[in-house]
Design a protein around this ligand. Structure first.
Ligand code: AMP
Ligand code: MG
Length: 470
C-alpha cells in the first residue's frame, strides 16, 4: 500500500483536470526499479503484485490518490502555444519518502486527456524504454533528472509510422512544474494563479526561500538550470527539445524525447528530426536556456515588483548572473574531467583547445575523456599527434587520476545501442534493454564483460536522427 499526499490537487481547480487513466487490456510489468522504489520508501512487493501492476498500468486508482492532468503552456521551437498540458500523462499522486523527500508519481502514456489536442495520449515501447534507460543513466551520472520507477506494456498497439506495442512509463520527480506552467498563468494575467504556483514551487524545490519571494525564486532557478546544463555538457548530452514546457523549475532534466549522447564530438551536433536549424544543438544549449529563463522572468514580473520598471530591472540583473554561474559550473565539470581540482584562464584554454582538436579530429567524446585515464585517448583522433601536442601541456599539470575516474563515465547510453535494444524489445527480446540498464547503474565502473556497450558506432550503426517520443 502507498500513502498519498496530493498537494497539487489542492491548488485551484484551473491548474488541472482531475480524471482517471484509460484502462488497458493486458498489462505486464517490463521493469521495476527496485533501488528507486526503496529510496522512495515504496513496497516493492506491492508494486510487483497484480494490484501494483494495475496501478502502474492506470487500470486502478490506489486509495488516497487523486489522479490529474496538469495544464501548462510553452514556447515550442520559439513559437508560442497557449495551452499544452499533460496530453499523455497523469499525475497519479504524491508520496513522501523515508528521508522526507516528496515524489510525484506520474503515468506517461496513460491515455487521452483534455490536453491531448490531436494526440492519442499513448506511448509506444520505444520511447518508454529510451526514457527509462536515459533518465536512469543521468541519475547514475549525478545529473539532476526525473526518474523511471517502472515500465509496463499495455497489451495494446499504438499507431505511429506503423503499429507498435503500447507501453506506460512511471515517471517520478520532485515535481512536474515547468517554465511553461508559469507561462500559462502569466499569459492569462492570472496573478493569483502565478502566486499560488510560485508558493508551491518554493515549498517543493527551494524551501529556504520565503513564500512569495519571486525574485529569489527566479535566481534559484537560474542557478539550478545553469548547473544542470553544465552537467549535460560534461556528459555530451543533447536534450533535443529545450522548449519552455520542457524546462523544469527545480533544475531537473525532464521530457526525454529526441535526446541523445554524442558519439563524435562536435558543438553543432543535433539529433532531433524536427530541429532543422540546430536551435537545440549541443553547443547552443546554454544560450537557449537563457532564452527560456527570460520567459520565466517575464512570467514572474508582476510578483517581482509592483513597479514594472523596477521589476524588469531586477529580472534583468538576475538573468545577468546566468553567464558567470554557468561558467563556474562548466569549469568545475570540465576541470574534473581533466583531473584538475581547480584552475583559471590557462586551464580554461586547455579545455577549449582539447575540445577544438576533438571536433577537428572526430574524436568520440566519451572515449576521449575516458581514454585520458588509460592512455587510449590519442586513438580517438584522426591525427593522433593533434592529441599528443595538447597532452604535453596537460600532463605538466599532474592531473589527478582519482578525480578523473569519478568525472568520466566508462559507459553512456549509446544511441545505436538504445535503438538496437528497442528493435529487439519490439521483437520480444528485452535482454539488451535489461543489460544496458544494469551496466549503466554503475557507469563509472569498468565492466569488461560489457565492453561492446562502450564502443562508438561503426558507420552503418550511426543514428543521425532521433524521433520525437510520442
Ligand atoms: P513534448 O514535446 O513531447 O514534450 O510534448 C509536447 C506536448 O504534446 C505536451 O503537451 C504533450 O502532452 C503532448 N503530446 C505529446 N505526445 C502526445 C500524444 N501521443 N498524445 C497526446 N498528447 C501528446
Ligand atoms: Mg514536454
Amino acid at each position: 500500500m502507498l500513502e498519498f499526499d496530493n498537494s497539487y490537487a489542492r491548488l485551484p481547480e484551473r491548474f488541472f483536470t482531475k480524471m482517471r487513466a484509460e484502462p488497458v487490456s493486458a498489462p505486464a510489468l517490463l521493469k521495476l526499479n527496485d533501488a528507486l522504489a526503496a529510496e522512495m520508501g515504496l513496497d516493492t512487493g506491492f508494486l510487483a503484485s497484480a494490484d501494483g501492476l494495475a496501478m502502474l498500468a492506470g487500470n486502478s486508482v490506489p486509495d488516497g490518490a487523486e489522479p490529474l492532468a496538469q495544464v501548462y503552456a510553452g514556447h515550442q521551437f520559439g513559437g508560442w502555444s497557449p495551452r499544452l498540458g499533460d496530453g499523455r500523462a497523469l499525475l497519479l499522486g504524491e508520496v513522501t519518502g523515508p528521508d522526507g523527500a516528496h515524489w510525484d508519481i506520474q503515468l506517461k502514456g496513460s491515455g487521452p486527456t483534455p490536453y491531448s489536442r490531436s494526440g492519442d495520449g499513448r506511448a509506444w515501447l520505444g520511447p518508454v524504454l529510451r526514457e527509462y534507460i536515459v533518465s536512469e543513466a543521468m541519475a547514475a551520472f549525478e545529473v539532476p533528472t526525473t526518474r523511471a520507477l517502472a515500465a509496463v506494456s499495455t497489451g495494446e498497439t499504438v499507431l505511429r509510422e506503423q503499429r507498435y506495442p503500447g507501453a506506460i512509463l512511471t515517471r517520478v520527480a520532485s515535481s512536474h512544474v515547468r517554465v511553461g506552467t508559469f507561462q500559462y498563468f502569466a499569459s492569462q494575467q492570472d496573478t493569483d494563479g502565478i502566486s499560488a504556483l510560485l508558493n508551491f514551487a518554493i515549498t517543493r524545490h527551494y524551501p529556504d526561500l520565503e513564500q512569495g519571494d519571486a525574485l529569489g525564486f527566479l535566481k534559484a532557478v537560474i542557478a539550478a538550470q545553469a548547473n544542470l546544463v553544465a552537467k549535460w555538457m560534461g556528459v555530451g548530452f543533447i536534450h533535443g527539445v529545450m522548449n519552455t514546457d520542457n524546462c523544469h523549475v527545480g533544475g531537473l532534466t525532464i521530457d526525454y524525447g529526441p535526446c541523445a549522447f554524442m558519439d563524435a564530438y562536435h558543438p553543432s551536433k543535433v539529433f532531433s528530426s524536427i530541429d532543422q536549424f540546430g536551435r537545440y544543438a549541443y553547443g547552443a544549449q546554454p544560450e537557449i536556456l537563457v532564452w527560456n529563463l527570460a520567459q520565466l522572468a517575464t512570467s514572474l514580473l508582476p510578483l517581482i515588483d509592483d513597479n514594472m520598471d523596477k521589476a524588469v530591472e531586477a529580472a534583468q540583473a538576475a538573468l545577468q548572473d546566468f553567464g558567470p554561474a554557468y561558467t563556474d559550473a562548466w569549469k568545475e565539470v570540465f576541470f574534473a574531467k581533466l583531473g584538475l581540482p581547480d584552475g583559471g584562464d590557462t586551464e580554461v584554454a586547455l579545455v577549449q583547445d582539447l575540445l577544438t582538436r576533438m571536433a577537428e579530429n572526430q574524436a568520440d567524446f566519451t572515449l576521449t575523456f575516458q581514454g585520458l585515464l588509460n592512455g587510449t585517448a590519442r586513438d580517438q583522433f584522426v591525427d593522433p599527434t593533434a592529441f599528443d601536442d595538447w597532452a604535453s601541456g596537460w600532463n605538466a599539470l599532474s592531473p589527478d587520476a582519482g578525480l578523473m575516474a569519478r568525472a568520466n563515465p566508462a559507459f553512456i547510453p549509446r544511441n545505436h545501442q538504445i535503438e538496437l535494444a528497442i528493435k529487439e524489445a519490439v521483437a520480444g527480446d528485452l535482454s539488451r534493454f535489461h543489460r544496458i540498464v544494469s551496466v549503466l547503474a554503475t557507469p563509472f565502473e569498468d565492466q569488461p564483460d560489457h565492453s561492446d556497450l562502450q564502443s562508438a558506432p561503426v558507420a552503418q550503426e550511426l543514428v543521425h536522427q532521433t524521433f520525437c517520443g510520442t
